[in-house]
Ligand binder design. Structure first.
Ligand SMILES: [Zn+2]
Ligand SMILES: [Zn+2]
Length: 133
């Protein structure tokens, strides 16, 4: 016979840390250790996901208050036009007159019109000679 080879527990050779973990976790330490590692993995993945989500949320939040593309400024209103001669009426000029209805004319144009028909050619509001003096 003889040749009895003393075999040491394999775990002592494989990983010396196993002993410390086993002592810390008690019986079924492998199961507990596996659960701990799995939990840590899940927690890490969750943190990564949260970080990515947080960054995208932050970016979207940062992007949100950016001003909308500037709309082109509205075109300036067309200059008032005398509908009698279809020419522009330069406001402030001696010949410019605006009827009580708000329509602009050249004084000589509207005077000629109201001689025949004392009404605004556009809206037919009555025009008194005093309005175009
Ligand atoms: Zn005119
Ligand atoms: Zn009018």
């Amino acid at each position: 016979m003889g040749g009895v080879v003393e075999t040491r527990p394999k775990s002592d050779l494989d990983d010396p840390d196993d002993g410390a973990i086993a002592r810390a976790l008690g019986p079924h330490w492998r199961l507990k250790f596996t659960v701990l590692v799995a939990a840590a993995l899940v927690a890490t993945l969750l943190l990564i996901w949260l970080a990515k989500r947080g960054v995208s949320w932050y970016r979207s939040r940062k992007r949100a208050p950016q001003p909308q593309p500037q709309l082109p400024p509205p075109p300036p209103p067309p200059p008032p036009m005398c509908t009698v001669c279809l020419d522009d009426v330069e406001q402030g000029k001696e010949c410019a007159v605006t009827l009580p209805c708000g329509h602009p004319y050249h004084r000589h144009c509207i005077a000629r019109v109201v001689d025949n028909d004392p009404r605004c050619p556009v809206c037919r509001a009555s025009v008194s000679p005093a309005d175009i003096v």
